[in-house]
Design a binder for this molecule. Structure first.
Ligand code: DGL
Length: 264
């Protein structure tokens, strides 16, 4: 590995930016290629077979083209469906993004936790096994959202997304029991698109909750695998690639998000 490791960050669209920004904070000296498979978006509405059939060969092509030292699958849907076949097929290290059920349940005081993900992620046995293994006595409410990832894409693209559309997607996460304190206190953001809307999620919540975003933990994992960086001030930047072939029009929106390190 050279002094500037090559990191490939992959998502179905723009959601992986919420992971990329945390990784860039810890390794500003690395070279980044961000790939959004927007030609196949949304993954959350596709079958597991379809996502595996799409992502496994595509990642092979991207590895051949970009020779990354490490690949971050910055998408819960893709990670829960494809991490096992990817690791079986390719030698490069992979860091995935899977629902942060364990830390959320460990931290919940009311023992009521909701997991907000794509319908693809929440119906998977992988996710259900995480609950069986790590719920630790919590009542875990799985909420599959059909539209929230697309709403996040639209909002980042400058569209006017009404509060009501977001409120309807998050409403099933808020569960109240009989007692005053017997209600959901933690919501796992199990789709990398959702933190793009965090300000609005906080504002539209019927009561305050902890929104659990695993991106900082994912970034720490990347930093651990890559070892010590070469310091700040020599950032080679981020290259953005979209499988639709569209010339990405969001450079000015995304650039401040990533500390200015961008070449579209
Ligand atoms: N960003 C993806 C995830 O974390 C989901 C978006 C999609 O449905 O493609 O699950």
């Amino acid at each position: 590995m050279g002094s500037h490791p090559n990191i490939l960050v992959f998502d179905s669209g723009l959601g992986g930016l919420t992971v990329l920004r945390e990784v860039v904070k810890l390794r500003p000296d690395a070279r980044y290629v961000y790939v959004g498979d927007d030609a196949f978006f949304p993954y959350g509405q596709k079958s597991e077979e379809a996502v595996i059939g799409r992502v496994v060969p595509l990642i092979g092509e991207l590895i051949a083209e970009h020779a990354p030292d490490l690949v971050v699958i910055a998408c819960n849907t893709a990670s829960t469906m494809t991490l096992a076949p990817l690791r079986a097929r390719y030698a490069v290290p992979f860091v995935g993004t899977v629902p942060a059920i364990k830390p959320a349940c460990a931290a919940s005081r009311t023992k009521r936790v909701s997991v907000l993900g794509t319908s693809g992620t929440v119906r998977l046995e992988y996710t259900r096994a995480l609950i069986r293994d790590f719920a630790g006595g919590c009542d875990v409410n799985l909420v599959g959202s059909v539209h929230l990832a697309a709403l996040a894409e639209a909002a980042l693209g400058g569209a006017d997304v009404p509060d009501e559309a977001i409120r309807a997607e998050i409403a099933p996460c808020f569960v109240a029991g009989d007692g005053a304190d017997d209600r959901t206190d933690s919501i796992v953001l199990a789709c990398t698109h959702y933190p793009l809307l965090l300000d609005r999620l906080v504002r539209l919540a019927p009561w305050p909750v902890d929104w659990i975003d695993p991106a900082p933990a994912i970034a720490r994992r990347v930093a651990t695998l890559l070892g010590a960086g070469s310091g700040h001030g020599d950032a080679p930047g981020v290259r953005m690639v979209f499988t639709s072939g569209r010339l990405h029009r969001l450079t000015t929106t995304i650039s401040p998000y990533l500390g200015g390190h961008i070449s579209a």
